[in-house]
Design a protein around this ligand. Structure first.
Ligand code: RTP
Ligand code: MG
Length: 139
């Protein structure tokens, strides 16, 4: 299996609740190497662009408001089969459906405030990484 990259954000709820360190520890303990890492805050325009695929969905306004209400921690991660393995590590979108031991089971509060983002394809991982990081910030 080839090594590839995925993109993640610890969402504003995870940062506000003080889970940044525990989530990063869980990620690295699961075999992901940190390629890039920073704390930042998305503007409304940033969040509308980042989640543009959902702009017709009823929860879009709520999602943009949530994602911009405080800082996030953004990271690019590398591992064999990174995109699929990271989605397994974070668990289902709704924490009520997330498997035991997953990041969302441990730290998410609800379907909307679910602690972490994970890219859903190699193509989106590359787009999302480039959205947050320049080439000089990835190692
Ligand atoms: P993400 O993109 O953040 O990794 O989450 P995901 O793939 O598991 O879920 P997705 O369908 O892409 O939805 C993106 C984010 O929108 C919020 N959401 N709220 N209230 C709702 O019904 C609802 N549905 C989705 C969540 O924050 C979800 O992670
Ligand atoms: Mg998604």
């Amino acid at each position: 299996m080839a090594t590839n990259r995925t993109f993640t954000m610890i969402k504003p709820d995870g940062v506000e609740d003080g889970h940044t360190g525990a989530i990063l520890e869980k990620i690295t303990a699961s075999g992901f190497r940190i390629v890039a890492l920073k704390k930042t805050q998305m503007t409304v325009a940033d969040a509308q662009e980042f989640y543009a695929v959902h702009n017709e969905r009823p929860f879009f306004g709520e999602l943009v408001e949530f994602m911009t209400r405080g800082p996030i921690v953004a990271a690019v991660l590398e591992k064999e089969n990174a995109v699929a393995d990271f989605r397994t590590l974070i668990g289902a979108t709704n924490p009520a459906d997330a498997a035991d031991g997953t990041i969302r089971k441990m730290f998410a509060k609800s379907m909307g405030e679910n602690a972490v983002h994970g890219s859903d394809s190699d193509e989106n991982a590359a787009i999302e990484s480039a959205f947050h990081f320049s080439g000089r910030e990835m190692f």
